[in-house]
Design a binder for this molecule. Structure first.
Ligand code: GRF
Length: 189
């Protein structure tokens, strides 16, 4: 039986689409059961519609607390029997409710070689530092931000001075690495 995954994203969704494409090409034995998005109008929702992936869209401020919207999300994940949550540019820190119900079953993509350059501006931080080897990390999510066990990493060598160029190279690597890491995750089960 196909593994059921959910993908969380807040914006553009190019990683969302890379995973869906890998599924559609038969490279991943998965079904994308749900796209969770906290930004109504985000481009990822158009991508989800194009690929006929169901969506759950919410605004955090419509809920009294993070626990409340995470409970709503976890209930939906439960009802869809989701086995793995993939954070693909979801710009929120996962809270106790999701961690307690989906702990060990949440992975995240980060555009740097962790533990270097954690946080929300990793590419810019690495660029401003002047690194020559950038990278991508896929890791398990725990209570420590960008701190869980690493599943896969890839280096992205770049010695130029154009941040758009390095960003494009990092994204290309992300799109290859995320499907590979999902495969690794299920292989290790
Ligand atoms: C990616 O660079 C990812 O590493 C980071 O957010 C970005 C999302 O890009 N967490 P996209 O929305 O998948 O295009």
């Amino acid at each position: 039986m196909k593994h059921r995954i959910a993908i969380f994203a807040s914006g553009n969704g190019s990683n969302f689409e890379a995973i869906v494409n890998a599924v559609e090409r038969g490279e991943l034995d998965c079904e994308v059961a749900l796209c969770v998005c906290d930004k109504p109008g985000a481009y990822v929702l158009e991508r989800a519609a194009n690929h006929k992936v169901p969506t759950l869209v919410f605004k955090a401020k419509d809920y009294p607390s993070k626990r409340d919207f995470e409970k709503m999300i976890a209930d939906r994940l439960d009802s869809l029997k989701v086995e793995l949550v993939c954070l693909a540019g979801y710009m929120r820190i996962i809270g106790d409710e999701l961690l307690s119900r989906y702990g060990g079953r949440i992975i995240n993509i980060h555009p740097a070689l962790l533990p270097a350059f954690p946080g929300a501006h990793a590419i810019r931080d690495a660029f401003e530092y002047g690194v020559k080897v950038y990278g991508v990390t896929i890791h398990h999510v725990n209570e420590e931000v960008d701190g869980g066990r690493i599943i896969r990493q890839a280096a992205v060598p770049y010695d130029g001075d154009d941040i758009d160029e390095v960003e494009a190279l990092i994204h290309q690597t992300e799109h290859r690495l995320f499907p590979e890491a999902i495969k690794d995750y299920f292989k290790s089960k």
